[in-house]
Every structure is written in C-alpha cells, then in structure tokens.
Design a binder for this molecule. Structure first.
Ligand code: URA
Length: 204
C-alpha cells in the first residue's frame, strides 16, 4: 500500500492542493514572512516530524529545517539510516514569527488545521514531535485548550505513546527540539538515543 505509485501521486496532489488553499488565506504571520514553509518529504512517509515554526533560513528558502537545527536533524536521521526524502518534515506554524518568538495561541489555532490535514493525508506510522509546542499539541490530541495540561519535553522525550485520532492511530515519539542541542551539547546525546526509539518503532 505504501509503495503504490498511484496512492503516492494522489497524496502528493492532495498536499499540493492544501498548500495552494493555505497560501490564499490571510493567515497570521503571512504579511511579515518571505515564504510559506509548508513541509517537505515523502507523501508516503512512515515517519512525520513536527517542529515549532520556521526560522530565518527556512523563511528565506521556503523549506523546513534548513538552518543550524536542520543540520543536526539531518545527522540524527543519518544515524538511523533515514534520508530526508524518506520522511516528512514540517512545523506547527507555516510562516516565521518575527525574531523567532514563541507562537501565540491564536497563531496555533489558525495554522494547526493545515498540519492536521497533512497528517490525515500522509497517515504516517510515527509522529515525532520536536520540542514542547508540537509535543503538547499532539499529545493533547490536537486540542489546543488542553495543551497546558501536558508535561514538558524533559519528562516525555524518548517515550513512545499510542494516540488515537478519529479512526486512525499512530505512535508519537516526543523529542527535544534539535535547536536545543545547539545551546546544550549534552542534549545531543539524548537526541541520538531518542532517535533509536524511532528506529525500534518503525515497522517496515
Ligand atoms: N525550527 C522549527 O521548528 N521548524 C523549522 O522549520 C526550523 C526550525
């Protein structure tokens, strides 16, 4: 099923249509951003990564995780023998918040439906949440008012959780955001160990 080329084309078309719809909307942060950073990777990806929001490099290039944090993400992927083309990578917000400030609730409310649609189209086995925002959003079962009730990433990282959403279930693996390893080198080792959880959870 995952290797069916027609199924793959259909998902690629659905993702492209969703991107076109999103680009036409007058969403928060659109005016100050250079580009939409919709997402990148395989429409049939078994592993789907969710970051927080595009940074400066991502905003300039229109692609997710292409700055310093992206380099770390690429190395972590290689460490478990995955390429960027094998997975799907996006963030909750698709436009950069000025000066990389934290997303507001209103921004999450406006952008998150597109993330949910991306997940529904791709139907990955594993959702990897990078950092506090995406971890809280996904583990609250995409229920924004419930996000505050979810523990922080330091308590949850590397522990897979099964989540049911509508008729579909997947495994969530929370991780520290790769950018955290830029400022705290001991987190690099933690991320490397947590990435092995993805490998162990992956069913080919
Ligand atoms: N951080 C994110 O959360 N997303 C990106 O695309 C880049 C950095």
């Amino acid at each position: 099923m995952r290797k069916n080329p027609e199924d793959m084309k259909n998902k690629e078309n659905q993702l492209e249509q969703l991107k076109q719809v999103m680009m036409k909307k007058d969403l928060p942060l659109k005016k100050t951003a250079h580009h939409i950073v919709f997402g990148e990777g395989s429409a049939n990806a078994p592993v789907f990564f969710i970051g927080e929001a595009p940074g400066k490099q991502e905003d300039l290039k229109g692609l997710p995780f292409v700055g310093a944090a992206g380099k770390i993400l690429n190395q972590l992927l290689q460490s478990i023998k995955l390429n960027r083309e094998d997975v799907y990578i996006t963030s909750i917000l698709k436009y950069r918040p000025p000066n990389n400030r934290n997303p507001t609730i209103q921004e999450i409310v406006s952008h998150a439906p597109y993330l949910i649609k991306q997940i529904e189209i791709i139907q990955p086995q594993i959702l990897v949440t990078l950092g506090n925002f995406s971890t809280k959003f996904v583990l609250s079962q995409f229920n924004i008012p419930q996000m505050q009730a979810i523990s922080g990433i330091s308590q949850l990282h590397g522990q897979p959780k099964k989540i049911k959403f509508d008729h579909y279930s997947f495994v969530v693996v929370p991780m520290y955001h790769p950018a955290a390893a830029l400022y705290n080198s001991s987190l690099r080792k933690v991320l490397q160990e947590d990435f092995l959880v993805i490998k162990n959870q992956l069913q080919y």
